[in-house]
Design a protein around this ligand. Sequence first.
Ligand code: CTP
Length: 205
Amino acid sequence: MKFLITAGGTRERIDPVRFISNASSGKMGYALAEAAIGAGHEIVLITAAKGLKAIEGARVVNVESAGEMFEAVKKEFGECDCLVMAAAVSDYTPCSPAKNKIKKSDDSIVIVLKATEDILKWAGEHKKKEQLVVGFALEDKDVRSRAQGKLESKKLDMIVANTPAAIGAEESCVEIKTPTGQWQSLPRASKTVTARKIIKAIEQL
Ligand code: CTP
């Protein structure tokens, strides 16, 4: 299969030296890419992650912001059999990033944010019949019901639910579900092991 995998937390520029981001390390996206390569698949990895060891055997597209990730996904999506959105995409981005470094003053400042595009939702709505779209859901409560909501509203073929404990961690403990299947809890394990199981589950679709 041709896999398109996204990884890492996007960075949304406030000014040339500052940004808004999140605690995602990108490890799960990279583990998925490595697991898929190991299983003989073709991989395009779109990544906003920093400081991770380069992946051999994948075509890598580096991006920074949610906007750049969206453009890259739109460009590559038509060619893939399966998109896996493991990236932690920023839901908001500054409306007007400053061209020059913002100077400090004694006043408080307000940064106005606008919503970014939901890349996964776009893919769910634009997929062809034979394409698969897999998303992640990061939930700190009502994990299954909220993840089920994302599975349905984003028209996904599989959702991988996890909790904030997974962010930046070496291990993960996830649950996966397809539209017609039951919840399947994977045992706590390294992201490498979990990623292999997720790729196997996708192959079975
Ligand atoms: N996602 C995306 N584009 C966004 C935001 C999220 O493609 N602008 C994707 C993520 O890559 C993930 C899935 O949507 O696969 C769910 O992300 P999550 O942060 O759990 O949920 P959100 O949809 O952002 O909703 P909320 O933050 O309200 O839970």
